[in-house]
Design a protein around this ligand. Structure first.
Ligand code: ZN
Length: 547
């Protein structure tokens, strides 16, 4: 019932932007028609030129509308350090990912893995079980998705180093992020994690050992002493630890290929690069719009001398703001276009194995949740389509993606100003409520920027209960409806999220994104009530408030 009312309200365009929106749609329809005629004109030209083209070329053109096809792996990152989906969701998610063109999953359990024995205490209280992981393995296999587990082995070990029993392992005592590479039990701890995770995934052929963002290196007294005694740099200490981890994995599981993030390699000197004498496949990650410029051309020249195989990593969510709850579609699509052109340019010099499409759920273990997985699925779908070589016109709605995701309103996939896309893919209703929440936040911000609020609902106005009722009333007249809308979003998303997430995730997400807006709306609502209650006012000057 609630959901039905909500859908009726949303319509094609959100209310405050209807005029703008109508103009935009008219413009787009116009452009699409122009595009159509232009395309047809092109077809007519093609007919005239047919005699000059061989039949074979024509057949090739019609067989595949893709501009260029990226042949490597297309691995989707599942970041479980926040909002881990219920196992039942994987039954729906994996077939969808396969249909969208993914070839595998990079699964980052963090504390969601059911560690046993000595490691039992690092496991989250709502972790998966080994039976759950067996189901994930089976579902991945059924959908032809290869699994690559990601195990952090240097930086981003917050989930372990935060605990009192692992305090000693920290490189910097005050910051539980990076593990000390020369602590006597560091390798034993990593070995134990690797063994448990690899054994729970009997069919894997690769693992990813993280090793990104090692912000604190060679700082503790043990490391500084070690570096000076052996006359080595911080970078050499980094490489020594990675080599130890790689050697350990090679001994235990000789058939496993080992991937790791590349960012620590970027600052290595030529001499230090030559010290990489272990078999690793670096994953070059960049989530910005212009990958080429930001990484710089010299990186590729240096990598091709050292690495026989290389991976890249883009993003479909969780890479524009630590507290984003809606994915910036254009940003992420541009990131993928940029990666496509970099890989095209360097494909003859480097052996690209595939791309990992990351979907971060938190910036780190301590950060708040960013975009939920179902919220990022349209962006993921459009990114995978780009990677398959379909460069759809940015002026037209992505009809093929809309079809797979069962969206009633394909224009909504391009951006919020076209309204919500109304998709029926698993979790699509979460996306609808999230977009409605974003609209409410925008409405609230517009009210707070209103001159009537700034001039007649100021702290001074409140302290003296002294304001003009007509301005207070008109500036905040939509608050009552907004309160009702927010209640509907709250109850609706609670039900929608229950299909995908456990109660802990639902509560955390609502506390992060719904509660603050409720609090803010209540505050301005209370001010409105207070200022409207008065019907006579004292003579000026008003009494000075000494507090
Ligand atoms: Zn240390």
């Amino acid at each position: 019932m609630v959901k039905k009312q909500y859908h009726n309200r949303v319509g094609i365009c959100f209310k405050p932007m209807q005029v703008y929106c109508t103009l935009m749609i008219a413009t787009l329809v116009g452009m699409t028609l122009l595009h159509f005629f232009w395309k047809n004109a092109d077809d007519i030209k093609t007919v005239h030129e047919q005699t000059e083209l061989s039949q074979k070329t024509l057949a090739q053109n019609h067989a595949d509308p893709r501009k260029s096809t990226f042949q490597g792996e297309k691995i989707v990152h599942l970041d479980l350090k926040g909002a881990p989906p219920k196992i039942t969701y994987y039954h729906k998610l994996f077939p969808l990912l396969a249909k969208l063109g993914a070839s595998g999953i990079l699964i980052e359990y963090e504390d969601m893995f059911p560690y046993m024995g000595e490691l039992e205490n690092i496991t989250a209280l709502n972790s998966y079980t080994l039976e759950d992981i067996a189901i994930i393995n089976k579902l991945a296999q059924d959908n032809n998705l290869r699994i690559i587990p990601l195990i952090p082995t240097f930086g981003h070990l917050e989930f372990i180093l935060k605990l009192s029993e692992y305090k000693d392992y920290r490189e910097v005592m005050a910051y539980p992020q990076v593990i000390c590479p020369i602590h006597r039990d560091t390798l034993k701890l990593i070995k134990n994690m690797v063994i448990q995770i690899v054994k729970s995934h009997p069919n894997i052929d690769s693992i990813h050992i993280g090793a990104d963002e090692v912000y604190y290196l060679g700082i503790c007294s043990g490391c500084t002493e070690y570096m000076s005694k052996n006359n080595i740099s911080k970078n050499a200490l980094f490489l020594m630890h990675v080599k130890n981890v790689v050697d350990m994995i090679n001994t235990l599981f000789p058939k496993l290929k080992i991937l790791m993030w590349d960012d620590q390699f970027r600052s290595l000197s030529e001499k230090e690069m030559k010290m990489i004498n272990f078999d690793i496949e670096p994953v070059v990650w960049k989530y910005t719009k212009d990958v080429y410029d930001e990484l710089g051309p010299s990186l590729w020249g240096s990598y091709k001398k050292v690495f026989s195989k290389i991976w890249t990593a883009s993003a479909f969510k969780g890479a524009t703001a630590s507290n984003a709850f809606v994915s910036k579609v254009t940003h992420y699509l541009q990131n993928h276009r940029s990666w496509m052109s970099v890989m095209e340019e360097f494909k003859h010099q480097l052996n690209f194995q595939g791309i990992i499409i990351t979907g971060w759920q938190r910036y780190d273990h301590f950060a708040v949740l960013c975009e939920l997985l179902p919220v990022g699925i349209p962006t993921l779908a459009m990114s995978l389509r780009l990677l398959q070589g379909y460069d759809d016109s940015p002026l037209s709605p992505p009809m093929e993606v809309a079809k797979i995701l069962q969206c009633e309103q394909p224009y909504g996939l391009i951006g919020l100003f076209f309204g919500s896309p109304k998709c029926s893919f698993p979790g699509g209703d979460i996306l609808e409520y999230v977009l409605h929440l974003e609209q409410l936040i925008q409405e609230y911000d517009i009210i707070m920027e209103d001159s009537r609020v700034k001039g007649w609902m100021n702290d001074y106005s409140v302290a003296h209960v002294y304001s003009s009722p007509s301005y207070v009333d008109s500036a905040t007249s939509s608050l009552s409806r907004m309160k009702t809308d927010l209640e509907q979003i709250d109850s609706g998303i609670t039900i929608a999220m229950a299909d995908v997430y456990d109660e802990y995730t639902i509560n955390e997400w609502k506390e992060t994104y719904i509660k603050p807006l409720k609090r803010k709306i209540k505050k301005i609502w209370d001010i409105r009530k207070l200022l409207l209650e008065r019907d006579t006012w004292p003579r000026r000057p008003l009494k000075h408030d000494e507090n």
